[in-house]
Ligand binder design. Structure first.
Ligand SMILES: NC(=O)c1ccc[n+]([C@@H]2O[C@H](COP(=O)([O-])OP(=O)(O)OC[C@H]3O[C@@H](n4cnc5c(N)ncnc54)[C@H](OP(=O)(O)O)[C@@H]3O)[C@@H](O)[C@H]2O)c1
Ligand SMILES: [Zn+2]
Length: 339
């Protein structure tokens, strides 16, 4: 089978299509013929050599978390899925028995990890992590859900928002950002989204953002947000100087939920404003399999239509990563190994 592998961790030029032996399922596993696999900034961190998750001396590495396809074969003791089933994978890898797994939510697992391997014609996965796909949910749409929408959904749950509340999403045009705006809309939560690009913001407004602000300078963004109102929560996937910005504009008692650091791995904040304003900062990673099942339901009933910017054949996976690195996208980029 063919796989789009990272053969060098040097950015998009390090992606090559390679031949690999087709995987066989072990006990408790299934193999899935992959129809669609969306890419995430997480894969780009790895490809840029900026992730500790991959050993640069152990290449090629096949990334890709967001697997959607058809079950080809199942191993012993698998009853939940059968060959021919259309499925989406929850990329959570948990031990199932540590204190945090027992207490839940499962993404708190002490040895939490992520599945990689979807940028290939066939993927070998844990069968218990497969969620059946209703017939009317197409593969491309479903492939948007497992990382970006799951992360945004879990963050919104942790933000404890209510209908009519105001959410601030710095960087509202990528995977997590668009998901946050769309899911806020589903919940009846108003949102403010930002981007460096005015044209991308037009699309974000069509997708449900109530207010959009073009710009990247935190001081400019601060006054623009203040003229709209004080957000009840901030969904922060950028880190860097956007953390202090978000904390500063948030209302008293507001919640900042953080999942990323695209704009910088460290942030300075005003400690006095944090405690005087009774504000909260909450770290969040991915979500639960139950969250992902809920997202599949939302798509199936027509309440959520994930935004797919473009699809790419497996051969053009390097191009997909180039598009992401150049920030030339609104929403998700999806690789289609089955085409
Ligand atoms: N902890 C978790 O579980 C988890 C899960 C998913 C993602 N993440 C993290 O969350 C972040 C977003 O992931 P994603 O897949 O949604 O990425 P993405 O699609 O590449 O995000 C693009 C967005 O980020 C903005 N952006 C990119 N570089 C920027 C910079 N240097 N300064 C300011 N804004 C910038 C873009 O703004 P423009 O419109 O201006 O281009 C766009 O809105 C990543 O850091 C990722 O690792 C974490
Ligand atoms: Zn565990």
């Amino acid at each position: 089978m063919r796989a789009a592998a990272f053969t060098e961790l040097i950015g998009p030029d390090g992606v090559s299509v390679i031949e690999r032996e087709s995987p066989e399922p072990d006990r408790g596993e299934a193999t899935v013929d992959v129809d669609a696999c969306s890419i995430n900034h997480h894969d780009l961190w790895i490809l840029n050599g900026a992730s500790a998750m991959v050993d640069p001396t152990d290449l090629p590495f096949v990334s890709g978390l967001d697997v959607v396809g058809t079950v080809r074969e199942v191993g012993d003791d698998v009853t939940a899925v059968a060959p021919g089933d259309r499925v989406v994978l929850c990329p959570n890898e948990t031990c199932g028995h540590c204190r945090f797994c027992r207490e839940g939510p499962e993404n708190l697992c002490a040895s939490y990890s992520l599945y990689h391997g979807g940028l290939a014609e066939t993927a070998r996965v844990e069968a218990s992590r497969l969620i059946p796909l209703p017939d009317d949910v197409d593969a491309t749409t479903a492939a948007a859900l497992p990382t970006a929408y799951l992360t945004a959904y879990h963050m919104l749950r942790r933000a404890e928002l209510e209908p009519g509340d105001l959410l601030f999403v710095p960087g509202a045009t990528g995977g997590v950002g668009v998901a946050a705006v769309q899911l806020a809309d589903v919940l009846g939560v108003r949102s403010i989204g930002t981007s460096s690009s005015a044209s991308k913001l037009e699309t974000v407004a069509e997708l449900g953002a109530d207010h959009t602000i073009q710009g990247t300078d935190p001081d400019d963004l601060r006054s623009a947000v203040e003229s709209i109102g004080a957000p009840d929560a901030v969904l922060n996937h950028l880190g860097g100087e956007y953390t202090d910005l978000g904390m500063g504009v948030m209302r008293r008692g507001g919640r900042m939920i953080v999942c990323g650091r695209t704009a910088g791995p460290t942030s300075e904040i005003d400690i006095a404003d944090l405690f005087r304003g009774h504000k909260r900062i909450v770290g969040s990673t991915m979500g639960t399999q139950a969250d992902l099942e809920r997202l599949v339901d939302l798509v199936a009933v027509g309440d959520l239509s994930p935004r797919i910017d473009r699809t790419f054949p497996l051969d053009a996976t390097d191009e997909a990563f180039r598009t992401m690195a150049e920030r030339d996208t609104v929403g998700k980029l999806v690789v289609m190994p089955g085409e």
